[in-house]
Ligand binder design. Structure first.
Ligand code: ZN
Length: 478
């Protein structure tokens, strides 16, 4: 078999969380009784006129800045014509020739390597309604609540070469949307969706292969699976001497495969033309600049800072930075300067992340504070309590919201670092376990761990484990 390369481009649709919809004053919120958050504008009744919600433009421009795009200060909106029962106007207001943002990029970290993915464009558009299929009715029902919900579509260049890179790109986009606070990114509610373009070519070939577009990809996991499926399918066709047809395919996540929706021959012609009911969008340069300055430190910059200032590995830095809440906690903790940044990182990625996952609570909704966490870690670093005891204290902190020092005192967890006492303890244990001592001297080095464990046990877990280990080793070599 020849060596092939997979070429991937992604179109991400993100619903913006503005208070109202894009062209009317209806509330923009998920759920609600069907067809209750609607008005003549978003229902597409004849004669109703749209008015652009300025917040949508601001949100999109902020995303444009975050993805290093050029911002078009003069642009327009266009009608994309197609018929579908969830689209009452039979056209969607979108942007065709001149999008709000263009020619950007996003640096992603995949398999430990940085890679720059070019962003072709970001444009604003309105969402369509939703078809509901219910067994109690013979037909389908239409809910127009989602009509007119603002969307941005972020279109990448075909710069990704593996499903891992696509996943890293999607994770990075989602993280930035959350940092900017412009989308809820709830995939299960459809507020983040993507279309996946896949082609394959022989390694080293210059021209791109024929691509297929996959729709209905509703989770990042589905994106990864659909890319892997599609690459395999296309390589299979080429290896059998066939040619790839350009087509739009529907991903069926339950079946784990894609199906043809339409081929190039009947590809849709959307007959784009300028939206006559809306004026040109004109942005003041000062406004664009102010929006640029409103961008917080983003995950990519945080990763580099964590690596340079704190010596985190790229993966550790990314696991913290891409998670807004973890990064906020780490930043607050390191600012206090009470303990090593690396220790804070370890705690956040282990116990804190685990607690947050297990309880389903974001960190900000738990009783954990930067002050509490750093005080706890400080006690471990100073040798006052052991790591094991610290875990115990952490559990109580999360349950009772008490101060770590109070808990340590109450549970009597202060570890014993009294050298004379510990030496006496080790002498006793070695005398009681002569066989293990003999084993050790005969080369069974794991007897050391056993003896340390016995010392810890007899001390009720309070002996300083590092000192015990050192003393046991010393005495065994005497
Ligand atoms: Zn409305």
């Amino acid at each position: 078999m020849k060596a092939y390369e997979v070429v991937i481009g992604l179109e991400v649709h993100a619903e913006l969380n503005t208070a109202s919809k894009i062209y009317c004053s209806c509330r923009n919120s998920f759920g609600g009784v069907p067809n209750t958050q609607v008005c003549p504008v978003c229902m597409g009744l004849p004669g109703a006129l749209p008015t652009l919600n300025e917040a949508v433009v601001e949100y999109a421009v902020r995303m444009g800045h975050a993805l290093n795009c050029q911002i078009h200060t003069v642009c327009r909106q266009d009608r994309k014509n197609y018929f579908y029962p969830d689209l009452p106007k039979a056209y969607q207001i979108s942007q065709a020739e001149i999008p709000l943002c263009e020619n950007g990029y996003l640096d992603i970290l995949a398999d430990g390597e940085w890679k720059r993915i070019r962003v072709n464009r970001i444009h604003i558009e309105e969402d369509a309604g939703k078809l509901l299929h219910d067994d109690r009715y013979s037909g389908s029902l239409v809910d127009l609540n989602r009509c007119g919900v603002p969307l941005i579509e972020i279109v990448s260049e075909p710069d990704m070469r593996s499903s891992a890179e696509a996943k890293a790109y999607l994770d990075a986009i989602k993280s930035i949307l959350l940092y900017l606070g412009i989308s809820d990114c709830k995939m299960q509610e459809g507020s983040l969706r993507c279309d996946v373009n896949v082609s394959v070519r022989e390694k080293g070939a210059g021209a791109l292969g024929v691509r297929c577009e996959m729709k209905n990809v509703n989770s990042f996991r589905a994106a990864v699976r659909s890319i892997e499926y599609e690459a395999k399918r296309q390589i299979g066709i080429l290896e059998a001497g066939g040619t790839i047809q350009q087509e739009t395919r529907r991903w069926d996540d339950a079946k784990g495969r894609s199906f043809v929706m339409r081929t190039k021959e009947d590809a849709q012609d959307y007959r784009f033309f300028p939206e006559p009911d809306l004026g040109t969008i004109v942005l003041e340069p000062a406004k664009v600049q102010a929006l640029r300055e409103s961008i917080p430190e983003l995950p990519g910059a945080k990763v580099q800072r964590y690596q340079e200032d704190f010596g985190f590995s790229p993966t550790e830095a990314m696991l913290i930075a891409e998670h807004k809440e973890r990064a906020a906690l780490l930043d607050a903790c390191t600012e206090l300067g009470k303990c090593k940044p690396k220790s804070i990182c370890n705690w956040i990625l282990s116990d804190v992340a685990k607690y947050s996952n297990d309880t389903g609570k974001p960190i900000c909704e738990t009783p954990l504070t930067a002050e509490g966490l750093t005080t706890l870690i400080e006690q471990v670093e100073k040798g006052v309590i052991s790591n094991t005891a610290a875990r115990q204290v952490f559990a109580v902190m999360m349950e009772t919201a008490q101060e770590p020092l109070v808990i340590i005192e109450k549970l009597g967890l202060v570890q014993n670092s009294d050298r004379d006492f510990l030496e006496q303890l080790v002498t006793e244990i070695l005398a009681d376990h002569a066989k293990s001592v003999c084993d050790y001297k005969n080369g069974k080095t794991n007897a050391l761990g056993y003896l340390v464990g016995q010392c810890m046990k007899r001390s009720g877990g309070k002996a300083n484990p590092a000192m015990i280990r050192e003393l046991v080793a010393k005495k065994l070599h005497e």
